[in-house]
Design a protein around this ligand. Structure first.
Ligand code: KIV
Length: 267
């Protein structure tokens, strides 16, 4: 069901929301079939899939390209498109970029930072918006826990309340203490989705390459469910061995001409 109302209902009924990032069609299809509730085409695509060294290198064109791919793979899925660095530099730019992501197939757009004016402007166009507080990878150089002091925690709660009053439809809380995520979850109407924010949020999001174990990187907030990196290495090794040894392709993999054509061809 591609409506954000469902997530408010899930919050009301204390049903947890499962979100994962997705960047391509086959992964999106598998995650949809696996029962995930929401797919996020995050700007994490840059460092995880495109070989960039920073989220800041991700462009609107990158996100549009990947939103389209994810939509093709999961036509019925609720998809959030991430507004990359610089995309909300002005309210007018934020609205134009939000419309681009929705036209590409997103049901909701997400942006980082405490910008209630941006929420109001996007909502005024009839679009849905997810906010993002705590660690904001686009805006914070140091990737560390936010809201550790009482003053920082209070500021996060106040910012979340202001975004809620502006009409946010969802909010991601990244790398904040569980107590802070809990306070925000109780303070706002919108469903909260945590990543490294403990157990009390209305839902969770993880980055798909971390969940699948594409790399050996390990993060306290993550749970790895597979070792796809090792599967890929082993598959590549066995394929290369087969090709080098002449064991692939086998007769079963080859296409042959009809006998009469072969004879006419002189083969
Ligand atoms: O870009 C992303 O994947 C994100 C998640 C980490 C929430 O913003």
């Amino acid at each position: 069901m591609r409506t954000s109302r469902r997530f408010f209902d899930m919050k009301q009924q204390s049903e947890k929301i499962a979100m994962l990032t997705a960047y391509d069609a086959p992964t999106a299809r598998a995650l949809a079939e696996g029962g995930v509730d929401v797919l996020l085409v995050g700007d994490s695509v840059g460092t995880n899939m495109l070989g960039y060294t920073s989220e800041r290198e991700v462009t609107m064109d990158d996100i549009v390209h990947h939103v389209r791919a994810v939509r093709r793979g999961a036509p019925d899925m609720f998809i959030i498109g991430d507004l990359p660095y610089g995309a909300v530099a002005t309210v007018a730019l934020a609205v134009a970029n939000a419309k681009r992501l929705v036209a590409a197939g997103a049901d909701m757009v997400k942006f980082e930072g405490a910008l209630p004016d941006v929420v109001r402007a996007i909502k005024a166009e009839g679009l849905k918006v997810c906010c993002h507080l705590g660690l904001e990878p686009q805006n914070h150089e140091e990737k560390r826990l936010k809201g550790k002091t009482a003053a920082d925690a209070r500021k996060l709660v106040d910012d979340a309340r202001a975004l809620d009053a502006a009409g946010q439809d969802m909010i991601v809380l990244e790398l904040v203490p569980e107590e802070v995520a809990d306070a925000i979850t109780r303070a706002v109407k919108a469903p909260t989705i945590g990543i490294g924010a403990g157990r009390k949020t209305d839902g969770q999001v993880l980055v798909i390459v971390d969940v699948l174990g594409y790399t050996a990187a390990s993060f306290k907030h993550n749970k790895r469910y597979a070792d796809v990196g090792e599967t890929m290495r082993q598959s590549a090794r066995r394929y290369a061995e087969d090709v080098h040894a002449g064991a692939f392709p086998a007769e079963a993999n080859a296409f042959r001409m009809p006998k009469d054509e072969r004879e006419a061809f002189g083969a």
